[in-house]
Design a protein around this ligand. Structure first.
Ligand SMILES: Nc1ncnc2c1ncn2[C@@H]1O[C@H](COP(=O)(O)OP(=O)(O)OP(=O)(O)O)[C@@H](O)[C@H]1O
Length: 795
């Protein structure tokens, strides 16, 4: 009993302990939240040395500590404090300064203090302009928020929409790209943002620019107005219009580096070179060959350029891993390339501006901007892929064409310390002959080169800053040759431009280019003459005009290497219609739409070229040509036309020939009809004759040639009524599942002779039948049997 008692006592004690612990936890949490909230207004930013000095939950602090985040960066200190005070924030800080944590920590704390649960739905929304950046943010959130009980989701294009759909109502924190988010808002009934507490736009200026305008407007419309809004970017928007779109009237502007001497990271060494367009490829090749132990990102203007340079360099084998990241790649490939670049060291990543914003590739040594960036902002983001974090170091190299050098002024005006350097010509090796040989060997590569050429020229033509980007100043022939194209692809709009130049000495203004058609078709002429197989000896490019004052670009080798890389940003290219008005892609694409290419138009094009159409000849097994009478021309005019025909079609003559041929066809048709009628008449006559012959001498019709069996008794009179006449085969029509009528022949079931005591019931008269039934009913079994035997004998 005692034992039992003891046992009981133990159990109850345990239970009490458990209960108490739970209650304590809840009480502790409430108390902690109360305490934290009280601290929010008492924080002095200057006194914050470590994350512990911030009023953050234990769960968040542990998450930060476990990931080695101990000392907050300037933007983190300021933004976290203001965000905890529930202010809207406009955050601007240098690239790589830790803006991601500056918004993720407040999100966690906000929801934690509100004791957010799964049942409360979506509490925070983070929008990123690219999939890779969204993935990166999600990854950081998972790392620092692993102790919290919130559910987080990554919603980006290229993923399984069905999978995302089902789980949408279970998410508390959503990291997404604008397009995919809007898709869920529009189509997914489980998407509910009515309870949203925090909205974050990372790379806010990009999210709010023209490319995303319509999508973002639609998203913002659907969000509750009562929310906290945090905007972050290294190149923050201060546009009143943008802020009004987000209903931000008095956001707190947090820009810890505003007074800094440079807007770019302190340990980023930046330089630029000026070269001719046909020297670029050789310089890039030489640069890579001189930095085989480094991690490098090379930015180019278009996807097609990236594709070509990547494929070409892979074939040229520089002796370092090569990767390419651009938007037209499949999502899975993009993810793999991103991961590969993060993991690898000694690697070159060729990328478009998709990879220019936000991506945090570890230990990148060099950022090379092979093409002039669209604007200063793009330059800052591209260059910012290196020298990241507190101790990050890196170098940036910008390649400019002589007429693009004016951008340097803009860079310097925006506090970007950049120096001009020159290339040591003895170190530049352009594998020109090798490239040409490769292009003549691989047709696909040549086509890729042509596309790269076209896409670059077009990208320059549609740039809005005409003071820097001038398509007329590009030596397209030299550029094509440098890509390995011996015959430069013909670009229609450039041709028009040249003709215009020749014919009119009038001033060439930008409006002319703007009027030209920049449809998506690349008007590449495929009439390149075959490239001769040349000796693949490497040619050295001599640079005679190296300025003595310029610092020499040191193509040193360095063992220090690391790698990572990433994605591309989808941007709707803007087009200038006049100098002040920029219109987005959608509207311009409508304007630039070419006439639809119909079959008739294609045919006309071909005919114009006087192509002689092949004739089809059929042969017998013995190899003799079978003449097709139908296709033979009959009229003299047609025969003469056939003889004369040298290609193409003389429409008028062809019409006359057809009219002549038509006469012969009509005669032939009449003859055919006559013959048909004759045949029908003959058949009718024969049928009549046959019918007459089938009648016997008594004039009766016989069904068959067999013996006359008419004397036999009618079987219907012998068999029962239930049985079916042997002559009658029923045809049934049954509709099957496919609504097709199936004809079924009904065979009667086996006939059963129903004979009552040997007498056919049909053969018995009804009055007699009644009598027999009466008699048999009154008799016993034995009597009935005896009667039946007698009757049989009698019969
Ligand atoms: N407090 C910190 N202590 C140490 N490292 C940090 C800290 N905060 C951020 N980092 C690291 O710095 C790097 C850059 O951070 P993050 O990507 O957030 O920069 P960013 O300001 O968003 O850059 P960008 O403007 O290019 O988007 C990351 O590798 C991150 O892990």
């Amino acid at each position: 009993m005692r034992e039992t008692k003891n046992k009981t006592n133990n159990t109850s004690r345990k239970k009490i302990k458990l209960f108490k612990a739970k209650k304590k936890k809840g009480v502790d949490e409430d108390a902690a939240i109360q305490y934290l909230k009280l601290q929010y207004d008492k924080i002095t930013i200057d006194e914050i040395k470590t994350f512990k000095d911030l009023p953050l939950s234990q769960k968040t602090l542990k998450g930060l500590k476990d990931n080695n985040y101990k000392i907050p960066t300037e933007i983190q200190k300021q933004a976290i404090v203001f965000a905890l005070q529930r202010k809207d924030i406009l955050g601007a800080a240098k690239t790589g300064s830790g803006k991601t944590l500056a918004f993720l920590v407040p999100i966690l704390e906000n929801l934690f203090c509100k004791k957010w649960t799964r049942l409360d739905g979506l509490g925070a929304l983070v929008i990123s302009p690219t999939r890779e950046l969204a993935y990166q943010i999600y990854d950081t959130l998972r790392k620092i928020g692993f102790l919290h009980d919130f559910s987080a989701g990554l919603i980006i294009g290229g993923q399984n929409l069905k999978f995302e759909r089902k789980r949408m109502d279970q998410l508390n924190i959503l990291i997404c790209t604008p397009g995919r988010l809007l898709q869920h808002m529009d189509e997914n009934p489980l998407f509910d943002c009515s309870n949203l507490q925090v909205l974050v736009l990372d790379e806010a200026d990009r999210c709010l620019d023209l490319g995303f305008e319509a999508t973002m407007n639609a998203i913002i419309e659907n969000l509750p107005s009562e929310r906290q809004t945090l905007l972050f970017s290294a190149t923050q928007t201060k546009s009143v219009k943008d802020l009004a779109r987000l209903s931000l009237s008095f956001p707190t502007y947090v820009a810890p580096h505003e007074q800094a001497t440079a807007v770019t990271p302190d340990h980023l060494q930046q330089s630029y070179i000026v070269c001719e367009i046909d020297e670029k490829l050789g310089i890039l090749w030489s640069f890579i060959k001189n930095h085989l132990k480094q991690k490098i990102i090379v930015f180019m203007s278009t996807c097609k350029q990236v594709k070509y340079i990547y494929e070409l360099f892979c074939k040229l084998r520089p002796g370092i891993s090569l990767l390419a990241l651009y938007g037209t790649l499949h999502q899975e490939k993009r993810e793999k390339i991103y991961q590969d670049f993060c993991r690898k060291s000694n690697v070159v990543l060729f990328a478009t501006d998709l990879a220019s914003r936000g991506l945090d590739f570890p230990r990148v040594n060099w950022v090379v901007q092979m093409d002039c960036p669209e604007d200063v902002e793009t330059y800052i983001h591209r260059a910012g892929r290196t020298a990241r974090g507190i101790f990050g170091k890196g170098e940036g190299l910008l390649m400019l064409l002589p007429h693009e050098e004016s951008i340097v002024k803009d860079l310097i005006n925006r506090k970007i310390p950049i120096k001009k350097i020159s290339v040591d010509p003895s170190k530049v090796i352009a594998p020109q002959r090798k490239i040409e040989a490769l292009l003549s060997e691989f047709t696909d590569l040549k086509q890729t080169a042509q596309r790269a050429f076209m896409s670059y020229v077009k990208s320059i033509a549609i740039m809005k800053n005409k003071a820097i980007f001038d398509v007329k100043k590009i030596n397209t022939d030299a550029f094509a040759r440098s890509l390995g194209l011996i015959v430069p692809p013909r670009i229609k709009f450039l041709h028009k431009l040249q003709n215009y130049n020749k014919n009119a000495s009038a001033n060439m203004d930008d409006s002319f280019i703007e009027k030209l058609n920049f449809g998506s078709n690349t008007d590449v002429d495929n009439n390149d003459t075959a490239v001769e197989f040349l000796d693949s000896k490497v040619i050295e490019i001599k640079h005679d005009t190296v300025s003595k004052n310029n610092i020499k670009l040191d193509f040193h080798e360095d063992d220090n290497s690391d790698d990572e890389e990433f994605l591309k940003v989808k941007r709707k290219p803007s087009k200038i219609i006049d100098n002040n008005v920029i219109v987005d892609n959608e509207s311009t694409s409508k304007m630039n739409k070419k006439k639809p290419l119909t079959k008739a138009a294609i045919a006309k094009k071909i005919l114009k070229k006087k192509i002689k159409v092949n004739t089809k000849v059929k042969f017998t097994d013995d190899g003799e040509a079978i003449e097709d009478d139908k296709r033979k021309m009959k009229s003299e005019l047609a025969k003469q036309y056939e003889k004369e025909n040298v290609g193409g079609i003389d429409i008028e003559k062809a019409k006359a020939v057809l009219r002549e041929e038509d006469k012969f066809d009509k005669i032939k048709f009449r003859e055919k009809v006559k013959a048909k009628h004759k045949e029908q008449k003959r058949k009718l006559k024969n049928k009549k004759k046959d019918e007459e012959g089938q009648k016997d001498e008594f004039g009766s019709e016989s069904d068959s040639d067999g013996p006359d069996l008419s004397w036999l008794p009618d079987p219907d009179k012998i068999y029962s009524k239930n049985s079916v006449s042997s002559d009658s085969k029923e045809s049934l029509c049954i509709e099957d599942d496919n609504d097709e009528a199936i004809e079924m022949t009904h065979k009667p079931s086996k006939r059963k002779l129903i004979v009552s005591k040997g007498i056919s019931q049909e053969s018995v008269k009804p009055s007699k039948k009644k009598k027999i039934e009466d008699i048999s009913a009154s008799l016993s079994m034995n009597e009935a049997e005896a009667l039946a035997i007698q009757l049989l004998k009698y019969k």
